[in-house]
Design a protein around this ligand. Structure first.
Ligand SMILES: Nc1ncnc2c1ncn2[C@@H]1O[C@H](COP(=O)(O)OP(=O)(O)OP(=O)(O)O)[C@@H](O)[C@H]1O
Ligand SMILES: [Mg+2]
Length: 254
């Protein structure tokens, strides 16, 4: 079966000042799958992820060349609507970035930024659906006005995922989303990602190779700003084409 491509990059180069952080990256991210990006520290994983919703625009002295096409549109053109792009391409970070606001207002906040605020009963409905989607509704329905920072880290990370989901994205970027969590919470978040993959293109950066093997369908291995290899996860972990990938998988470096 031919996979639908959600994101494709061509000749992607990115410079921070004089330093080249990405070199000639060609990648095709499939729709409705989990793609893992692995590689040693500093190889450009986060940089690549941030290209997909143009978060690097916020970093000074960044220069980017090439093409990034999402649903047929090159998102690097100057007329790209960044608010719309960041709604379509949501992002979840390493530390759950909940605001010191109630659970309810954390969710309402994103709706407000993206002008999705409707009538009050509709807001409540949207918030309920978001919390249900990430398995938090039963636990939190009676304390929606509690401060979100009082939740466990796992709950906070789920809340961050809910905050992205209620904006109805197509793509969800996750930069080491479990690195602040304990192993049990990590496995539960991974289960959630497996469920979400039916409807979204998920891209997860991880240092944890077991996690990449468990959670992803496809894996890209990066090294020194280049995408060395991209293939089905099963293949990357059992029979990679590139010796460099093999060395990394075996733990020879990184
Ligand atoms: N704002 C910046 N200015 C200058 N150099 C940067 C900036 N951000 C990242 N870099 C450099 O770009 C390279 C890639 O960084 P990036 O954060 O994308 O790597 P990474 O693979 O995500 O690493 P890690 O696994 O440690 O998170 C690194 O050499 C880093 O030092
Ligand atoms: Mg990183």
């Amino acid at each position: 079966m031919e996979l639908e491509t959600k994101i494709s990059t061509t000749d992607l180069n990115l410079y921070y000042g004089a330093f080249q952080a990405l070199t000639d990256v060609h990648i095709r991210i499939p729709a409705r799958n989990v793609t893992a990006i692995i590689g040693p520290s500093g190889c450009g994983k986060s940089t690549l992820l941030r290209c997909f919703n143009r978060m690097n625009d916020l970093v000074e002295r960044t220069r980017i060349e090439g093409r990034i096409v999402i649903d047929g549109q090159n998102i690097l053109t100057p007329d790209t609507d960044l608010i719309a792009l960041r709604q379509k391409v949501g992002m979840v970070f390493q530390r759950p970035n909940v605001f010191s606001l109630s659970i309810y207002n954390n969710l309402k906040f994103g709706l407000r930024i993206h002008n999705l605020l409707r009538r009050k009963d509709q807001i409540m409905q949207t918030i309920q659906e978001g919390l249900e989607h990430v398995g938090l509704w039963d636990d939190l329905k009676d304390k929606l006005h509690a401060n979100a920072q009082s939740l466990t880290l796992e709950q906070q990370q789920r809340l961050c995922i809910a905050r992205v989901l209620i904006l109805r994205p197509d793509i969800i970027l996750l930069d080491e989303p479990c690195s602040a969590l304990d192993p049990i919470a990590t496995l539960r978040i991974e289960e959630l990602l497996r469920v979400l993959r039916t409807d979204y293109a998920l891209i997860i950066v991880t240092h944890n190779m077991q996690q990449a093997a468990r959670v992803s369908d496809f894996t890209g291995f990066m090294y020194l700003g280049r995408l060395i290899e991209f293939d089905e996860t099963q293949r990357i972990f059992t029979n990679p084409a590139e010796p460099l990938t093999e060395d990394y998988i075996r733990g020879s470096f990184g």
